[in-house]
Ligand binder design. Structure first.
Ligand SMILES: [Zn+2]
Length: 414
């Protein structure tokens, strides 16, 4: 980690994808001072401050720091429900700290944690410099109805609450749950308006919460400037979320034209967590130790997810990249570029996939004025990769340089 103590730097590279333009820019220069981008131009265009240092990244392509709009920093290492019983909390924290390190080295300078109490402390640890990791936008405890996706069905109710789920039923309990989350320090409110793949006794097409309940949640969150993200996989749950006023739909595996139109009309972001198609496929092919109810639902999603994603993309829905990785095998932190790569595999243009993981993700998180593009006034969150991701999207994995707020975390230029 190199902190250049306020002296201005001019960063040079072969190519820049700035998150704004539709083409790459050759031989860019970026002037950085006090953690911010001051000026961006082509080679020789920037007026040099007197004490400037040069940092030449050679033939790398530079991009805005990657953003994962949907992670879980919970220190999981298996899909087995037994993790809930046999892994001590402290060990989960240690693993999650390691996951933060992997994320920053993989080029992720911002992540949004969609439900984990640990992430609230990880955020503070990163901010105070005790650990290294991306900037964390944390939902803290997610809000679920009783028996909903967030309720861990095989545990006694009181254990679920102790584990950090806010169970709420009826508008007034929902209002209180939001206030509890805000009291904890949540940056964003995470709710579940449908069942899911990872919950035992419900399914993606089961609606959860009522529109009335969601309206109260959104009202309470928006009053203090917090966005609301809803886990919503099936059509009915997605409708409830949008009619209730949420800001983003997480997963959205089973879309139809009606809900796509609703997302467009209400300016709602879509975080398809598309890379889970590959995860689901592999877990079935390679026979991972997984509960049978989980496998069955994964099979159903594999067919639907790419179709929903492509239909939303073609319709012009704002799509942000989020992996839903939580650390288990096949969902290992550090491989979160999988989402942008999978988006291209299933029909998105490489430039749009890069924007989904930078500019659009930043806007989805409410950070559009701070990160997501390489332009003056934004944090100097910059990634350098070997190769040209517009020709081969897998180049996003070849991260050789990482800077967050002007501090260099990785510099492996040969
Ligand atoms: Zn999730």
């Amino acid at each position: 980690m190199v902190n250049v103590n306020g002296s201005p730097i001019i960063l040079q590279a072969k190519r820049m994808i700035d998150g704004l333009h539709d083409d790459a820019i050759d031989y860019p220069e970026i002037l950085i001072k006090n953690g911010y981008i001051v000026e961006v131009g082509r080679e020789g265009e920037i007026k040099k401050p007197p004490d400037v240092m040069y940092l030449d990244l050679g033939d790398l392509t530079i991009l805005p720091g990657y953003i994962d709009a949907h992670v879980h920093l919970i220190g999981r290492r298996s899909y087995s429900p037994s993790e809930n019983f046999v892994v001590p909390h402290d060990l989960k924290v240690i693993r999650a700290v390691e996951d933060c390190r992997k994320l920053i080295y993989a080029g992720f300078t911002t992540v949004r944690d969609m439900g984990s109490r640990i992430a609230l402390s990880l955020k503070r640890g990163v901010n105070e410099g005790s650990i290294i990791g991306p900037r964390i936008i944390a939902a803290g405890r997610p809000i679920s109805q009783t028996g909903g996706h967030g309720d861990i069905h095989y545990l006694p109710r009181e254990d679920v609450i102790k584990k950090g789920i806010l169970l709420a039923d009826g508008p007034e309990e929902c209002r209180r749950a939001v206030r509890e989350a805000i009291r904890d320090g949540s940056d964003v409110i995470k709710i579940m308006t449908s069942g899911g793949v990872g919950s035992e006794k419900d399914a993606p097409w089961h609606p959860q919460f009522t529109v009335e309940e969601v309206r109260v949640i959104v009202e309470e969150a928006h009053r203090v400037g917090k966005l609301v993200a809803s886990h919503a996989q099936g059509v009915e749950g997605i409708k409830i979320a949008i009619l209730g006023g949420v800001d983003s739909i997480e997963h959205g595996y089973f879309l139809n034209n009606e809900v796509i139109q609703m997302m467009l009309d209400n300016d709602v972001y879509y975080v398809p967590t598309l890379c889970l198609v590959e995860v689901y496929k592999k877990s079935i092919e390679e026979g991972y130790d997984m509960p049978p109810w989980r496998l069955e639902k994964q099979r159903m999603c594999i067919e639907a997810m790419p179709k929903s994603f492509l239909a939303a993309y073609k319709a012009g829905v704002k799509i942000a990249a989020g992996t839903d990785y939580f650390g288990a095998p096949l969902r290992e932190h550090g491989y979160n570029t999988d989402e942008m790569i999978t988006m291209v595999k299933y029909g998105m243009l490489p430039m749009d996939a890069i924007k989904a993981g930078t500019k659009v993700a930043a806007e989805c998180l409410g950070l559009g004025d701070k990160v997501g593009t390489l332009e003056p006034g934004k944090y100097a969150d910059i990634v350098g990769v070997q190769g040209d991701p517009l020709n081969d999207i897998s180049a996003l994995r070849e991260v050789k340089f990482v800077m967050k707020e002007g501090v260099i975390y990785k510099n492996a230029i040969s």
